[in-house]
Write a protein that binds this ligand. Sequence first.
Ligand SMILES: [Zn+2]
Length: 340
Amino acid sequence: MEYGYFTLKGKQVDNLPCEQCNNDTFNVKGIIKYVFVFLEYLPVFPVTKSVILSCTNCNEIIDRTAIESSLYKSIKKNVFKFYFVLPMYVGLLFFLSLLGYWQYLKHEENTLTKAYIHSPQKNDFYFINYEKINDNIRPTQKYRLGKVVSVNDGLISMIYGGFTYTRSSSLIRDVQGGMTYDARYFNHKEHSFTLDELQNLYADNAILAIKRPKNNRLYGNVVIDSISINRKYSSIAEMHNDRGLAFMRYSHIASNLENAYKHFSLSSEGGLSKGQVNLSKLYIGASDINKALYWLDKAAIQGNYEAIRLYIEHCNVADGCDKKLFISKLEMTGFDLSLN
Ligand SMILES: [Zn+2]
């Protein structure tokens, strides 16, 4: 533990003889020794309170034993008024309120989990202690995520995350990091439970908590994409473009921007001009004009007018970009640029 000291000035005391001079007036200084944890100016609680009496004339300090104990007590009482001592507990109050808040959050989580387990919904996230479901696992494979994929006639189907962990906090990290958004995070195999079975698992602590995404988000990250769900795509490139767009809606999260790059790149390589334009826009945003022009060129050849416009606009600021060559190339493939 670490200690800090806080000094108070008390009222002068009369009628105490000084052994060094004939003076009888003394200055009173109170010292509070307190415990602090992180910050010296955030005392947790006081340990000792003592007073020092010094002669106003010669600064001689009176030995405590030379003062009558009842007098010493009354001097102390005068110096350490409760409103000076109370702030010494500020840290304690702070930690207690943090603890209270943490317990409140825990309570909230439990209440919601109980409510969700009675009325499961598609896309509910389950924090599972897998050891309680399958005792044939290694201790490092204890925790994993589950996601409800369907609820039909009281039968709940769930898929499990492909990753297992020693600590339950790793599951939150996966959600926060946007990993669960990736379809590959979960295994395809579905496991079905009745409502009673789920409740038994909860009672058995196999289900630690259930989280229901709000606006497709949990812990601040996108966990399900409403666009991608239940939608048939004409091509994989189309799907990747859509996923990239979904990530861009929350692009302030760094990992989402990376994922958007990844999906737009896959879409671009799949030959989708929309995906190529989206990827180019990311490159333009990152001032990587040459890479942007590379993909805009590919999209332009396919007749994407936004790509043509962006190419011409950014060609002017790029080294070695030949606008005339670009236009003649387009005209040779049969585009009429005057229509735009
Ligand atoms: Zn003196």
